[in-house]
Design a protein around this ligand. Structure first.
Ligand SMILES: [Zn+2]
Length: 254
């Protein structure tokens, strides 16, 4: 299974850059989690340096990614400058790393192609700790300038678009086709019967165990469904729970 490690920059006592009523650490975390959900829906195993507002040292972020065995590492940041007219998106890789450069270019190209931005600052290199200490292709994206009013609006209001663009860039770099997004539902099915009464018996048993089971008729069968999720991981968690209670649960994508 392909592994991607997402690093939401800053956190906890370190707010990162501040501007236009925004804190960088909040934007980074929100966008990183959104990227992760999109990747998970493509069968990617996602690791995070943080999923809450906590401080993590730079070298620990790299160590976590190395221990996770990530195929690629992507760090999410927002830019800042004392001149508030500075704006746009840029993506960094470690100097001399061709695989890092390819990853950075895939992300940068995807963000520009998404139309969220018109200001393309291009791909760059920098000796950042998280790029230097990670032992897989690594990129650091500066989504926008938190200090610029127009950019801050994008950071505040278009996080879903930014996350989708970054995720598409990562998927492209990994050779995983984008699945069209958001429309797939992961349904947890516990049984399929040709006789309705059998399905009803199972529904009653599930309800007695506290599950909100329903019967869905399709393909001439009475299918017992317990839940439907946008995020595959959530469906898998329910399947495992049901299996531990002796139910023969599977995921059906529809
Ligand atoms: Zn930062």
């Amino acid at each position: 299974m392909t592994k991607v490690f997402l690093d939401a920059g800053h956190g906890g006592k370190d707010p990162g850059a501040l501007g236009n009523g925004l804190r960088e650490k909040d934007i980074n975390l929100s966008v990183a989690l959104k990227i992760g959900n999109i990747l998970k829906n493509h069968g990617v195993n996602v690791g995070y340096s943080r999923t809450t507002d906590v401080f993590v040292e730079l070298q620990d972020r790299a160590t976590m990614a190395n221990n996770f065995g990530a195929d690629v590492f992507v760090s999410i940041h927002c830019n800042a400058f004392h001149d508030s007219s500075a704006q746009g998106v840029e993506t960094y890789s470690y100097p001399g790393s061709m695989s890092g450069r390819n990853l950075a270019k895939a992300i940068q190209d995807s963000i520009i192609a998404s139309g969220v931005y018109t200001k393309d600052r291009g791909i760059k290199t920098a000796n950042y700790a998280v790029l230097r200490l990670t032992n897989m292709p690594a990129a650091l994206v500066e989504l926008a300038f938190i200090t610029n009013p127009q950019d801050a609006d994008i950071l505040r209001n278009r996080q879903d678009d930014l996350a989708l663009a970054v995720a598409k860039g990562i998927l492209n770099n990994l050779g995983i086709p984008y699945n069209g997004g958001g429309t797939a539902l992961y349904k947890v099915q516990v049984g399929a019967f040709s006789i309705r009464e059998n399905a009803e018996n199972l529904v009653n048993q599930l309800k007695a165990d506290g599950y909100n089971a329903i019967i869905v008729v399709s393909g001439g069968l009475y299918k017992v469904q317990v839940g439907a999720f946008r995020i595959r991981e959530n469906a898998e968690a329910l399947v495992n729970e049901l299996k531990s209670k002796g139910y023969d649960a599977i995921i059906v994508i529809g």
